[in-house]
Design a protein around this ligand. Sequence first.
Ligand SMILES: Cc1ncc(COP(=O)(O)O)c(C=O)c1O
Length: 354
Amino acid sequence: MERKLINSPSFFIGKGEGDNLISFGSGQPDLPPPDEVFDITKNYRSFKYGLIQGQPHLREALSRFYEDSNPDDFVITNGASEAIDLSLRAVHALTGGSKVLLFRPYYYSYPHNVRFADMEAKYSDLKEGKIDIEDFKKQIEGCKAVIINSPANPTGSVQDKETLLEIDKVCREKGIYILSDNVYKDLVYDDEAFYLEGEHVITIDSFSKSYSMCGIRVGYLYTPNKDFVDKVIEMKTHTSMNTGLMAQEMAFAATNVPESFLLETLETWRKRRDLFYRGMLDLGLDVIKPEGAFYLFPKIKNPDKAINDLYYDHNLIAYSGSWFGDDERMRFSYALDVEKIEIGLERLGKYLEG
Ligand SMILES: Cc1ncc(COP(=O)(O)O)c(C=O)c1O
């Protein structure tokens, strides 16, 4: 195989697994979506433009998940990705601000999204996956927004309630927006996760991870802040317009699925997490035990080179930590079944033996 240098996740995203390739790369569940989602496809007939804000019945269904919310507080987007993009641009448009705080390591799109919104990212380094509140207080100075992602990609860490409440207090006092990216909220293994709410909080979520519907591209943002919602709608009118209507219908079907669907899938993830975490420890790797999401983020030397060698010499896909702001680690997604995880661990072991 020609060794084209791999230096971006775009090389791997959407790549089929192919012969003998084990992919710990892309963060997309391999599990099937709920059956109910397929039922709408055969009789679907609506091909006109839809409301920019999103279909009223989907927003109505979502508002049932958030106490005191109403359907007008939601905008349905093309995945959480569009919600993050539009939210950051709305922060800039509404405040004229130029800085956004990110916790590092971060989800790899955040710095790009901040830049596309004409702002600059500042960073606060996580300690073993957890927010260092004193550092947060220093770094937040001059910022107009902070992004919180708990459970997090790539560490799998969940932030505790006390820390989040302290962040909330600072942000309320200083008029700073909190973008709470909750795409892994249904993938929490141990204690419950806590989520902030309020006029200054923009909740971002998606059907991608919870319901294994990544490619359908439905997400949303929720905030009781009417000016914020209006600004987002105004921008979406001139960018993607409405989110795909058939996809919204599928998402609506998912909102009616019994909770047991989410609980069963969580058990599958938990088994994989335990197996993969144990396997990494057995390989002698320094790795944080994930409390949520479906990633492991072990220390591995020279990750930019390692991802190339693993792919070309060992048929194994993993992502470089440098894409997430940590060039001493690699990200492994365990969105694949246990036999494949075991084969992948063997290959990783061979690579590490050199
Ligand atoms: C933390 C985080 N936010 C947002 C996204 C994007 O999700 P979506 O598919 O809903 O656009 C991802 C996808 O991996 C993610 O990990």
